[in-house]
Write a protein that binds this ligand. Structure first.
Ligand code: NDP
Length: 447
């Protein structure tokens, strides 16, 4: 059987076994496509059912999360944890609380996480979890009761050597606090290495909050440097205004760029003179308001609810909100408007059509599994500090993050070139991430 036929057989099987999970199909399809050249060159990577095992989670947990709202009514949500691959280390990946969460979304995120974690060079496996709970509009007490109920089930399945969750959409410092408190109560021990993104006085790491956003910009900087360019003086679009977006904006502006727009699910904001990051943090992190509140308080910012943030003119685009937020049409507009670099802060924000267009137009494109790996990498640094009961300075941790992002760029870039696809960082990231996990899986036998 040719490699082409082999890969299409794997994919057809996957579609049958995982019906109704389009995001998972999309994530697997992209990786399998990149692996054709690897299987061509090194057919042993198809031995021992390796590809089928890689695409099948080691364990998938689905559980009921009942909780009582402020009106005294019982609410029931669904909780998920997909423990995808532990060949390189304990499962590691965030928890997402958003009404759109379902098993297929968690599987796509968990699958991506395997390669991302491998690319960091740190000993962490891949997993992901979450719930269809919507923290928006809920009181602190409701969020706490939900988190406590969620952890009451999840605590049996996690641990510093087993599975180490963190934040994602809808899960920030507040939620990690409530989750950790309940874990500590149920397990009767202060096992700080069981969750990352913790508060600084109880095992958290400096830079973890900023890490994903800073990391995206560090990687973008490397990509621009390799093309003889720099962020200094560049115009940057950042979609979203959550954890990843805010710190991407901060770092891009620190490096001399102007962020010309950002968004949330209520619309997008045009900021031709740059973003007041302190004000935006106050609006989103402290007041927990919509971006309209930023526009009311900021000078020279305009709110839009029509069109798209991708209509703005810029040099660099950093999609940092959610999956499939940037489609082929958006990509064509970006290309026509002169964008030359795209790096994904979010997981899989660009559709396959958008990615194809970027490649065809010679736009340098860094996929999320490489560009946003700074978050999980710093989580692994938090685990290192927990294991040695130490806490590092901001400068030292940031330097480690910066180094990791430079290494990721170097690895994906050289791997793409090695396989004859220079500057195709999707291929480079998928192949480099895959080889390390695959070698470990082959060495560990059929498990
Ligand atoms: P947050 O919840 O902090 O922020 C998410 C942002 O995206 C908000 O501005 C939100 O707007 C917007 N958004 C979410 N869903 C939609 C939607 N369907 N349509 C439009 N806008 C939307 O999440 P994070 O910043 O943590 O995560 C953002 C992305 O980055 C996700 O893809 C996540 O998986 C990825 N990521 C996060 C990491 C981390 O360390 N936090 C690490 C690696 C990847 P609104 O508030 O209106 O919903």
């Amino acid at each position: 059987m040719s490699v082409e036929e082999q890969v299409s057989t794997y994919y057809d099987m996957l579609l049958k076994r995982n019906a109704g999970e389009p995001e998972f199909h999309q994530a697997v399809s992209e990786v399998l496509d990149s692996l054709k050249v690897v299987l061509d060159k090194d057919p042993h990577y198809a031995d021992y059912g390796l590809i089928q095992r890689l695409c099948e989670p080691e364990r998938q947990l689905i559980f009921r999360v009942p909780w009582v709202d402020d009106a005294g009514l019982v609410q029931v949500n669904r909780g998920f944890r997909v423990q995808f691959n532990s060949a390189l280390g304990p499962y590691k990946g965030g928890l997402r609380f958003h009404p759109s969460v379902n098993l297929g979304i968690v599987k796509f995120l968990g699958f991506e996480q395997i390669f991302k974690n491998s690319l960091t060079g740190l000993p962490i496996g891949g997993g992901k979890g979450g719930s269809d709970f919507d923290p928006k509009g809920k009181s602190d007490a409701e969020v706490m009761r939900f988190c406590q109920s969620f952890m009451t089930e999840l605590h049996r399945h996690i641990g510093q050597y087993r599975d180490v969750p963190a934040g994602d959409i809808g899960v920030g410092g507040r939620e990690i606090g409530y989750l950790f408190g309940q874990y500590r109560r149920l397990s009767n021990q202060h096992e700080s290495g069981v969750l990352t993104g913790k508060g600084l006085t109880w095992g958290g790491s400096l830079v973890r909050t900023e890490a994903t956003g800073f990391g995206v910009v560090y990687l973008t900087q490397e990509m621009m440097k390799a093309a003889g360019d720099s962020l200094d003086g560049a115009k940057v679009i950042v979609s979203g205004s959550g954890n990843v977006a805010v710190y991407a904006m901060q770092k891009a502006q620190e490096l001399g760029a102007t962020v010309v727009g950002f968004s949330d699910s209520s619309g997008w904001v045009e900021t031709p003179n740059g973003v007041d990051v302190e004000l935006l943090r106050d609006v989103k992190e402290i007041r927990r308001e919509r971006v309209t509140a930023y526009v009311e308080d900021a000078d020279g910012a305009t709110m839009h609810t029509e069109g798209s943030i991708w209509d703005l003119k810029a040099d660099v685009a950093l999609p940092c909100a959610t999956q499939n937020e940037l489609n082929g049409e958006h990509a064509a507009t970006l290309a026509a408007n002169g964008v030359r670099y795209v790096a994904e802060g979010a997981n899989m924000p660009s559709t396959p059509e958008a990615v194809e267009l970027f490649h065809n137009k010679g736009i340098l494109f860094a996929p999320g599994k490489a560009a946003n790996a700074g978050g999980v990498a710093t989580s692994a640094l938090e685990m290192q500090q927990n294991a040695s009961r130490d806490s590092w300075t901001f400068e030292y941790t940031d330097q480690r993050l910066h180094q990791i992002m430079s290494n990721i760029f170097g690895t994906m870039s050289s791997t793409a070139a090695e396989y004859g696809h220079e500057n195709n960082f999707v291929m480079g990231a998928n192949i480099a991430g895959f080889r390390k996990v695959a070698d470990a899986m082959l060495a560990q036998g059929v498990v």
